[in-house]
Design a protein around this ligand. Structure first.
Ligand SMILES: Cc1ncc(COP(=O)(O)O)c(C=O)c1O
Length: 405
């Protein structure tokens, strides 16, 4: 788990800042992006998404041995393609689909697939003496990439930090997160390299119409998405990759086979049902603007949260937030702004160097800039909590005043 509850806030005060509110306040854990914000929508939907699985069903490990990803459920594959066609956020034709236990597993499967040299699996790399392939991402980057890459001390790849600072020759892997976690920006690859030795992985967890304008269908060779951030069902642990190269799809499948012999079919069927309900609701395009439809509802919700957050930050002389320009969204058919899943708060108060620590004094758990390869004057705070937690967060942010007040 990313952050832990026992990182509980200290109750210290900083000389030039007003004191935290009542000590009975609970700690607001906004350290990780647990997407409970969408619970309200799915409660309204009620029984429509209920899935019943008989004791005799989904028992086999296998779904379809003719496919490179032999544990991929047919229904899941067809519904994710339908959802991408509906939102217009990714090209799905001529792609292999690989399902994973969250996109966390897919990221690791991709590192393995790209760097493994086993010829029987379609590997093309060097021999057993090859050096670990550097893995980079432009800072500020999603903090988990570093931990996931180095956790098992693989001999195949190793974390090499900020892509802007990378200048080595030879093979490398660049991860592009777009929109980016933590700062919500739209991104492209940044490593400029001689030759054709780099592979780019596009982590598109937040390329959905509630977070950002959909400006074109993403058309990369390797891209992956997650059920966690698209619909909010993080607990099902489902992600999927769309890859052009069959050999990569097969090697990813091998990795998942070795680590978990496939991916829960129960989860794939549940995910398929939920995404099918979303698609069915959009069947009648006359009602595209209907706020009962998931992506309209979710966008309004995110827009409302960002409006309230920006109002509080505008009154603050301690914090600032990134600005996002408007772009035409092909899905919504209008110009929209970005409403990222996280607030990338900058503490601009002179003499306060550690934004995470400052928030902790007010019992707000965020994640400090250093973890993202950035400056400690930044902290990332989740916007995806339940409403009451978000409201408390705003109230606490409001009372943090600088000494110039
Ligand atoms: C950019 C990014 N990639 C991947 C993940 C992991 O998602 P999953 O729940 O699918 O493992 C997250 C989760 O916060 C994320 O922000």
């Amino acid at each position: 788990m990313c952050g832990t509850e026992n990182q509980a806030a200290t109750n210290g005060t900083t000389k030039h800042l007003s004191s935290p509110s009542s000590s009975t306040d609970v700690v607001l854990n906004l350290d990780h992006g647990d997407p409970t914000v969408y619970e309200s929508y799915w409660k309204r939907i009620g029984e429509k998404c209920t899935v019943v699985i008989k004791g005799s069903e989904l028992m086999s490990y296998i779904s379809d041995v003719r496919k490179p990803c032999w544990f991929l459920e047919e229904k899941f594959e067809s519904v994710i393609k339908r959802l991408h066609r509906l939102t217009g956020n990714a090209v799905v034709d001529d792609r292999y689909v690989v399902v994973g236990t969250g996109s966390t597993q897919l990221f690791q499967a991709l590192l393995y697939a790209i760097t493994t040299t086993d010829a029987s699996l379609g590997g093309t790399g060097g021999g057993p003496d090859q050096l670990p392939v550097p893995v980079v991402c432009a800072a500020p980057y999603y903090s988990q990439y570093a931990e996931e890459t180095d956790y098992l001390r693989s001999g195949l790849y190793k974390w090499a930090g900020d892509a802007y600072a990378f200048d080595k020759d030879g093979p490398y892997i660049e991860v592009v997160t777009s929109p980016n976690n933590p700062d919500g920006t739209t991104r492209e690859a940044v490593v400029i390299h001689n030759g054709d030795q780099g592979k780019v992985l596009y982590d598109m967890a937040y390329y959905w119409p509630q977070y950002t304008p959909i400006t074109r269908p993403a058309d990369h060779d390797i891209m992956y998405f997650t059920f966690s951030k698209s619909t909010g069902h993080a607990g099902s642990r489902i992600g999927w990759a769309l890859v052009k190269d069959e050999a990569i799809a097969r090697k990813m499948t091998k990795f998942i086979e070795l680590s978990s012999i496939g991916v829960s079919k129960d989860s794939q069927i549940r995910a398929a049902k939920i995404m099918e309900v979303i698609c069915e609701d959009y069947q009648d395009f006359k009602h595209h603007q209907n706020s009962n439809h998931f992506f309209e509802y979710a966008r309004k919700l995110m827009e409302n949260r960002w409006k309230r957050l920006r109002e509080v930050v505008a009154r603050s002389n301690v914090f600032s937030l990134p600005k996002y320009s408007q772009e035409y969204c092909l899905f919504h058919g209008e110009c929209t702004e970005s409403y990222p899943a996280f607030a990338w708060l900058k503490c601009k108060e002179e003499g306060v160097e550690d934004c995470e620590k400052l928030l902790q004094e007010y019992k707000i758990l965020g994640r400090g800039g250093k973890r993202f390869g950035s400056d400690p004057s930044y902290a990332r705070v989740s916007i995806l909590s339940r409403e009451e937690v978000f409201q408390q967060f705003l109230e606490r942010l409001e009372i943090i005043k600088g000494n110039t007040n």
